[in-house]
Design a protein around this ligand. Structure first.
Ligand SMILES: Cc1cc2nc3c(=O)[nH]c(=O)nc-3n(C[C@H](O)[C@H](O)[C@H](O)COP(=O)(O)OP(=O)(O)OC[C@H]3O[C@@H](n4cnc5c(N)ncnc54)[C@H](O)[C@@H]3O)c2cc1C
Length: 503
């Protein structure tokens, strides 16, 4: 096994939203920056001519070292027709299991941007002020949210096209059902290129969103981070990315620099090398689970003993609940469905049960008469991370009862929709007969909360030059899909850190 030593003035762990924004600004400021990503660079087509497999025909590229795919919908008509056996491989989507909760995350250069639904939603200002009261909201809404949206490539759907295209019939049907119940719907901005999508519908270009591509990657149309922030970061000439490099351990040297133990593998999971990589400035951008696990383990194994008790606290699911409704036979949702949601039901002002429900596709390629939703609810319950010395691993602690509030909120909203439309829930989608699925989240947030585990700019308490820059800063909830918030907060923090700590 080869051993190597390396050093970079700045090291960023991960290549997701927070990491990418941080690396771009470091590179632009002339700081030599090394990004370490445990997943692959997804830029090369396989023998079938595609980079990513479709959801309807998954293969080893779909998932991170699994023997079978683990899609969010387990069954259809209670039939096990969705998931497929696959060969373990460094695929693009991971589902991590922690007792009653499992967490979906993207793996590869671009992190979650490779697998997500591209919804680019800025949170309501009043709710942002509620969750992060010590952050200057005026600055965020005047400067950093616009900056994040511009750099992410946010765009809006043409409303006239939405009304007539085949691929959003499912959204129009759900909008009608919501309106019948007196509820408000709203368009959701996206980082999927809507101009490209229009051309997909008329077969002018290869289909991606319209070819059931989402959670296992998009071959076209998606402005994932490798095409936006990371391309710009590499363009500074100061940033390099090493793929299939997993950071395993962080220690601090007597001279105050950080030393990382990094495992390099191949795409089959064989270990090629274990490296020591040094950094003066270390940025944790490995996502809520990744970054929090690294610091909890470092504290508990005595590698970074000054880390405080707030490290590993304040984790939440963003209140995620998935559910389906059965429509009447005269309300087909369409066999052609864009994999990228473009509309949500906004009931966040409900005094008892705030909900923002994205109208999700069910891109099965056939008519299902089903409407699917991912409800984002306001749930004050928080989980925590703990180290298990027997397995030398960090585990997330969250029990099913903590998710009940989210189900209550979703039920409050969708009972109204069902009552107004004389429709029912689908009970065939989540392997048994449950109608609400709250045992997974797409939106892990918290663990290293801003102003608690870190100062108000993400500096880790007790450790100079160690920073958190991803979803773990956000205290468990944003009220909307989170990547715009994560990116904007990273933009704000890194601007301050470069000005005060680095240059
Ligand atoms: C299926 C799905 C759909 C979603 N849809 C939306 C949506 O439409 N809109 C929205 O706003 N949000 C959506 N999300 C959530 C969004 O993608 C995440 O909130 C976001 O990606 C989190 O950003 P991050 O910077 O915290 O880290 P991530 O994007 O999770 O990036 C972390 C990166 O670090 C790497 N990493 C982890 N540990 C290590 C380590 N030890 N060493 C090296 N590398 C490591 C990971 O491989 C990953 O690439 C969705 C998520 C999923 C899974």
């Amino acid at each position: 096994m080869a051993e190597g030593r390396d050093y970079s003035e700045a090291v960023v762990i991960g290549t997701g939203y927070g990491a990418a924004a941080t690396a771009l600004r470091l590179g632009a400021a002339g700081v030599p920056t090394l990004m370490l990503e445990m997943g692959q660079l997804w830029d090369t087509a396989s023998s079938d001519g595609t980079i990513f497999p479709s959801m309807l025909n998954p293969d080893k590229r779909s998932m991170w070292f699994k023997t079978r795919t683990e899609a969010p919908l387990a069954t259809f008509l209670w039939l096990d027709v969705i998931n497929k056996d696959i060969t373990p491989y460094a695929g693009v989507l991971d589902r991590m299991h922690f007792g009653d909760m499992s967490v979906f995350v993207g793996r590869g250069v671009g992190g979650g941007s490779l697998v997500n639904g591209a919804m680019a939603v800025t949170p309501k200002r009043s709710y942002f002020e509620e969750i992060l009261p010590e952050v200057n909201a005026a600055e965020m809404y005047d400067v950093y949210f616009p900056r994040a949206n511009a750099n992410l490539g946010k765009n809006d759907i043409d409303p006239a096209w939405f009304e007539t295209c085949d691929c959003y019939q499912y959204a129009r049907v759900s909008r009608k059902a919501a309106q019948n119940a007196g509820l408000t719907t709203t368009f959701v901005p996206s980082v999927y290129d809507f101009t490209y999508m229009k051309q997909e519908e008329t077969n002018q270009v290869p289909r991606s969103a319209l070819a059931s591509e989402v959670i296992y990657g998009n071959n076209h149309g998606k402005r994932s981070l490798d095409k936006t922030y990371l391309a710009a970061a590499l363009g500074t000439g100061m940033v390099t990315i090493k793929t299939l490099h997993e950071v395993r351990e962080i220690t601090r040297q007597p001279d105050g620099t950080y030393l990382l133990t990094v495992r390099q593998t191949d795409a089959e999971g064989n270990v090629l090398a274990t490296k020591q990589i040094g950094a003066k400035y270390l940025f944790l951008g490995a996502g809520s689970i990744g970054s929090t696990s690294l610091l909890v383990r470092a504290r508990e194994t005595g590698k970074l003993p000054l880390l405080g008790s707030e490290v590993g606290q304040g984790w939440g699911t963003n209140g995620n609940v998935m559910l389906g409704r059965a429509n009447h036979i005269w309300d087909p949702t369409g066999s052609l469905q864009s994999g990228m949601p473009a509309m949500g039901i906004d009931a966040w002002n409900d005094p008892a049960y705030p909900v923002f429900a994205e109208i999700a596709p069910l891109p099965a390629g056939i008519e299902t008469w089903a409407s699917l939703y991912l409800a984002i609810t306001k749930n004050p319950e928080r989980g925590y991370f703990a180290y298990d010395s027997a397995t030398d691993s960090v585990t997330l602690h969250w029990d099913l009862a903590q998710g009940q509030r989210s189900i209550d909120a979703a039920k409050n909203l969708f009972d109204k929709i069902n009552a107004a439309n004389v429709t029912v829930y689908r009970s065939d989608l989540f392997s048994d007969t449950r109608t609400f699925e709250n045992r997974f989240t797409y939106h892990p947030l918290g663990g290293l909360v801003l102003g608690k585990a870190t100062d108000l700019y993400g500096r880790v308490n007790g450790y100079p030059n160690l920073y958190v820059t991803d979803g773990s800063l956000i205290p468990g909830s944003t009220g909307v899909n989170p990547f715009v918030t994560i990116t904007a907060l990273a933009e704000r923090n890194i601007e301050h850190i470069i000005a005060t700590d680095i240059r």
